[in-house]
Design a binder for this molecule. Structure first.
Ligand SMILES: Cc1cc2nc3c(=O)[nH]c(=O)nc-3n(C[C@H](O)[C@H](O)[C@H](O)COP(=O)(O)OP(=O)(O)OC[C@H]3O[C@@H](n4cnc5c(N)ncnc54)[C@H](O)[C@@H]3O)c2cc1C
Length: 437
């Protein structure tokens, strides 16, 4: 079903605060936090009001060009609490923001109001064996650097390594490390300190789940403790194949290997041709494997009739920019007509031609996960109706489709997200328009 996003946006816009409420809030924020923590300058408001929704032709067409009225830049949990309390007092909508790299429009303030830019809350607070505790605005670059100093690494991270831990927990799903550690709601978040209009909460283990991938509608993560793993040294390996089946065969052997690779990706030749890769019209397989697994990788590629194209101990960073949604970003730079769907299920490897036949000019990209391959189906965008008819057909054939062309929350955790949102945010001011009615 095509989500009625214009209707949702119009409903959310009715919560837009009147000018006097905005002016009083801005004055109060300046008084409590200091003038340097607050901006009403148009360029700052616009910069804080977008994300990577432009990767979707559907979202680009329906996202309102609204900007926040005020942006606040807290530097501590106390300042964050004060900003939330003041916004609530003035009945001004609140949208938390990390680095704005989410790609569903989930950080876009549909009702204008206050954007809380958390990127200045960026301190690593504490580390121990298997965990790191940091403020929500800390980037993955900083987390990895801190963990590395004590012989550890972040268990999982998105390919947008400059993004924030709070934004990933509230807006992401998984990434490098997900073959070994699963999705971010599968034990990655150990504790969360969450600021809500009704007061602060400290959540442990399973209690964190309703706050993960919840777009901040039930609270704002101030501090997170997440899982670390022992540091391992890896090499970037690339191979190419005449057939998809052969590439998948090697890929599946890599997924079964222990220790698991941090990343395994496969692309159709039509996609590989859009990146700088030496595949020459063949299917591309790439992986971040432990240094000790390089010889096994070579043997597996040769046994499957493939060709090893490169082995590079310094190539992991580059590989990560050819995985997950970096694929959409890269592909659309060369072919702006392409439009992505997030797909999963065995049928992707069992009957890839059937999957490719549903939408015009489809190209398949796979990434490894704990239970097999998922990935992206890129096709030539015709119109919204054709795309959603395609989604229906794909689901009928057993493809698991996550719709990346909506900012509305969904999924199994939705009832728990809604329940906590009702308790924590009785006025419905946290990121309005993202929680389905
Ligand atoms: C090229 C590209 C590649 C990507 N690759 C991956 C990937 O590998 N894996 C993946 O999971 N995602 C991926 N993403 C999506 C996104 O980059 C990540 O999820 C990223 O970690 C989001 O962090 P951010 O700081 O940019 O969050 P933002 O985009 O700023 O925010 C994301 C959402 O969380 C809310 N939010 C932000 N901070 C908080 C907080 N402290 N408390 C509560 N709510 C908050 C925002 O309101 C918004 O709804 C990719 C996106 C792009 C464009």
């Amino acid at each position: 079903m095509i989500p009625q996003l214009e209707v949702v946006a119009a409903r959310a816009a009715r919560l837009a605060p009147p000018p006097h409420a905005v002016a009083s809030l801005a004055a109060d924020l300046r008084r409590e936090l200091g003038a340097d923590r607050v901006s009403t300058v148009e360029s700052a408001r616009r910069a804080a009001s977008n994300d990577y929704a432009h990767l979707s032709p559907v979202l680009s067409a329906v996202l309102p060009a609204k900007a926040a009225d005020v942006v606040v830049y807290p530097r501590s949990a106390e300042e964050l609490r004060a900003a939330v309390a003041l916004a609530y007092e003035h009945a001004v909508p609140i949208v938390p923001r990390g680095k704005g790299t989410g790609n569903y429009g989930q950080a876009v303030p549909l009702a204008a109001g206050l954007v809380i830019d958390l990127s200045g809350m960026d301190s690593v607070l504490e580390m121990g064996e298997g965990w790191i505790r940091a403020e929500a605005g800390t980037s993955f670059v900083a987390l990895e650097a801190a963990a590395k100093r004590v012989g550890q690494e972040v268990a999982m991270l998105p390919t947008t390594v400059g993004s924030t831990i709070g934004g990933f927990l509230a807006g992401g799903a998984g990434g490098m490390g997900s073959i070994e550690h699963g999705w971010l709601w599968e034990g990655f978040a150990l504790t969360l300190d969450v600021v809500t209009p009704m007061g602060p909460l400290t959540l442990h283990g399973a209690q964190c789940v309703p706050y993960l991938h919840a777009y901040g509608v039930n609270g704002i993560i101030a501090v997170a403790t997440v899982r670390l793993a022992p540091l391992r040294s890896r090499t970037a390996v690339m191979a190419s194949y005449e057939s998809f089946e052969a590439a998948v065969h090697t890929g599946q052997r890599l997924l079964e290997r222990r220790p698991a690779p941090r990343l395994v990706s496969i692309d159709d030749p039509g996609l590989a041709a859009l990146y700088p890769l030496p595949t020459e019209g063949r299917y591309s397989l790439r992986a971040a494997v432990d240094d000790s697994a390089v010889d096994d990788f070579r043997a597996a590629v040769e046994a499957d009739g493939g060709r090893v194209d490169s082995v590079d101990p310094d190539g992991i960073g580059y590989l990560s920019t050819l995985a997950f949604n970096h694929v959409t970003l890269r592909a659309r730079k060369v072919r702006p007509d392409l439009c992505h769907l997030q797909v999963g299920g065995d049928v992707l490897v069992r009957d890839p031609d059937a999957v490719r036949s549903v939408l015009p000019g489809s190209l398949l990209h796979l990434d490894g996960f704990r239970h097999g391959f998922g990935g992206l189906l890129l096709s030539s965008f015709q119109d919204t109706r054709t795309l959603y008819d395609g989604i229906d057909q794909l689901r009928e054939m057993g493809v698991f489709v996550v719709d990346p062309h909506t900012w509305m929350l969904g999924g199994q955790a939705l009832p728990a997200i809604r329940e906590t949102a009702v308790t924590n945010d009785p006025k419905g001011l946290l990121n309005p328009g993202k929680l389905p009615a």
